[in-house]
Design a protein around this ligand. Structure first.
Ligand SMILES: *Cc1c(COP(=O)(O)O)cnc(C)c1O
Length: 463
């Protein structure tokens, strides 16, 4: 046995490195609420400690872990605490991190039943529960991918496969050259990841029939062109700026009559379905053909949790199928059938744990609370003289000052404060501040404090 081999065996036996990692992780957990929400300049400068050539010899494991903690932990973004409002991120429910640790030790290859029966089982259970929560048709299948970007890609590949198949064209055999022309119907406010996906699948931006969207970023129904069986219609549950929802009910009815395929990108918004107060926003989603949603945003699972769901299992499996003689099919679920990947981590475990821990009532409470905090912020900022630029229907609040310069100044002041973090965006030609509330950690007090920071920024600008 080489020295290195002996050393690694010894590390497994002594568990010292795991104790060290655990102690650093606990220190991080205890400190995350107090740390700067975005790293300070002083901390960022310490990142140079990672600029080093790879040395020749193996080094002790504790040095590796210490380096990551000392220079890495302070350079994280504290989105697992309560005052990160940038993009649409989301926190992590504690139990989801706990099961992730356990399953990380298992290190399963989640592609096949034969490489991980437990992962295959958990995926099947998650699929069942998700269909129940979203009230999707019983034939729907789910694939567990890294995020909504991959879920969108998978779903749109399924749509492309199925629409062409019905038009007498097998894309897996014949490719895109010479295929019947599909019509892509999208509104201007679909997410950048959907636009990217369309390009990756061979539908360039210029081939899209763009439909106007209204002042909340919803597709204008009256402007929808006549649909037919060549159409792929792209809708959205949760606009990344305003949080608005398309009119699924009416559009799906039209699309289904015409034999079109409707895909809903519901990365964070689809979970509104689980809130008694907000489920009206998702009316009609069950009539679509495919959906993409994240665990790692609204549901607060750790990162690397996206879900593609499709009413037509064949279409999804055929579009994503990797064929090769080394693939062994079993009678049980083979997760790779519904994802582009073969090897993947057993990521559905965190999703399973989060749903099981919260239960339907817990999910309802968490999602509804995001909305209530958003309303609290809206009210406080209006009273403080800020302009609210969207109808706050879900967890997103768009804020502006009296002019673009003032708004930019507010963003800069708040980002530098370290007390909370939020980003800028543009909405209808104006610079706006985008606030996204989607961590279970965000309390009323966090929102009060955030309102105070906004007020301070305004006072600073006027002084
Ligand atoms: C975040 C987001 C995506 C992309 O999801 P990832 O999980 O980041 O890949 C797509 N659509 C919408 C509406 C989003 O908010």
């Amino acid at each position: 046995m080489s020295t290195l081999h002996k050393q690694m065996r010894q590390e497994l036996e002594s568990k010292e490195l795991f104790d060290l990692a655990r102690s650093h992780a606990f220190e991080y957990m205890d400190g995350v609420e107090g740390m700067d929400v975005f790293p300070s300049e002083d901390n960022l400068e310490k990142l140079v400690n990672f600029d080093e050539p790879l040395q020749e010899e193996s080094i002790p494991a504790n040095q590796v872990i210490d380096q990551l903690h000392f220079y890495g932990s302070p350079n994280t973004v504290a989105h697992t605490a309560g005052r990160y409002f940038g993009f649409v991120l989301g926190g992590a429910v504690p139990v989801s991190l706990g099961v992730k640790w356990l399953s990380d030790v298992w290190d399963q290859c989640g592609g096949l039943y034969l490489t991980s029966p437990i992962n295959a089982k958990i995926e099947a259970v998650c699929e069942h529960w998700l269909k129940d929560i979203f009230d999707f048709p019983k034939e729907t299948v789910a694939g567990f991918v890294s995020g909504t970007s991959m879920a969108n890609l998978s779903a749109l590949a399924a749509a492309r496969y199925q629409l062409l198949k019905k038009l007498g064209w097998d894309i897996n055999e014949n490719g895109l050259n010479g295929a019947p022309k599909l019509r892509i119907i999208a509104h201007e406010q679909i997410h950048a990841s959907v636009k990217k996906t369309l390009s990756m699948l061979g539908f360039g931006k210029n081939s899209i029939e763009w439909v106007p969207s209204d002042n909340q970023g919803r597709l204008v129904l009256e402007k929808l062109p006549a649909l037919d069986n060549h159409c792929l219609v792209l809708l959205q549950a949760g606009n990344a700026n305003t949080g608005s929802f398309d009119n699924f009910d009416a559009i799906c009815d039209l699309a289904n009559q015409a034999g079109s395929w409707v895909h809903i990108d519901g990365a964070f918004g689809l979970w509104a379905v689980a809130s008694k107060e907000l489920s009206y926003l998702t009316k009609g989603i069950e009539k679509a053909s495919s959906w993409a949603v994240d665990g790692h945003k609204t549901l607060n699972t750790p990162y690397d949790s996206g879900i593609v769901m499709c009413r037509y299992p064949e279409a999804l499996a055929c579009a994503l199928q990797a064929t090769g003689e080394y693939i062994i099919y079993s009678e049980n679920r083979d997760p790779l059938l519904y994802t582009p990947e073969l090897s993947k981590r057993s990521r559905a475990i965190e999703l399973w744990a989060t749903m099981k821990y919260l239960g339907k009532r817990g999910i309802n409470e968490m999602v509804t609370t995001f909305y209530q905090r958003a309303k609290q912020l809206e009210k406080g900022l209006r009273e403080a003289g800020f302009h609210i630029m969207n109808e706050v229907v879900f967890n997103q609040v768009l804020v502006a000052g009296n002019n673009d310069n003032e708004t930019k100044g507010v963003i800069e002041y708040i980002q530098e404060s370290g007390e909370c973090w939020l980003g800028g965006s543009t909405w209808q030609g104006k610079t706006v501040i985008r606030v996204s509330i989607c961590s279970w950690m965000t309390t009323k007090q966090d929102i009060d404090r955030t309102i105070r920071v906004f007020k301070k920024s305004k006072a600073k600008m006027q002084s």
